[in-house]
Design a protein around this ligand. Sequence first.
Ligand code: HEC
Length: 137
Amino acid sequence: MGAKRVPVFACLITAPAVSAWAAAAAAATGEEVYRRTCAACHASGAAGAPKFGDKQAWSKLIKESQATLTADGYVGIRAMPPKGGDPNLGLEDFAKAVAYMARAAGADWKDPDAAAMKRIAAAVERAQARAAKATKK
Ligand code: HEC
């Protein structure tokens, strides 16, 4: 019909700026946390870290539950430093980074919702108790 042309270019110019601002204001995504904190080891597989996107290295880890794997990593296991070496990294951001890496290796893990975060937090308590026992001589 004879609808007037809408000047769409105005939207095209402002939309990316607005979405970039929104992303900066929102919590970090798993990918952001991965790039900032985890890639240092997991991009190359340094120190025996399961390499990003390496399906073989991740397949046995993915078979553990998301809660268990996330918790073990968060508490620290063997050469994997607690919280990926960043003492300020929160559990939820860490969990998103784990889910992001697992997805890159073929898992269908989602960023944890509130219920999943509860299971992860419970698993962290168990892993911490185990770690405390192990260091007590
Ligand atoms: C200083 C190097 C280093 C950094 C930084 C690092 N990792 Fe790791 N990570 C490792 C190593 C090494 C292993 C293998 C540990 C092993 O099995 O001996 C590992 C293993 C893991 C595992 C598997 C744990 C298990 O139960 O076997 C997960 C999950 C993980 N890392 C997540 C992360 C996340 C998420 C980050 C960033 C927030 C991160 N890592 C940052 C070195 C690192």
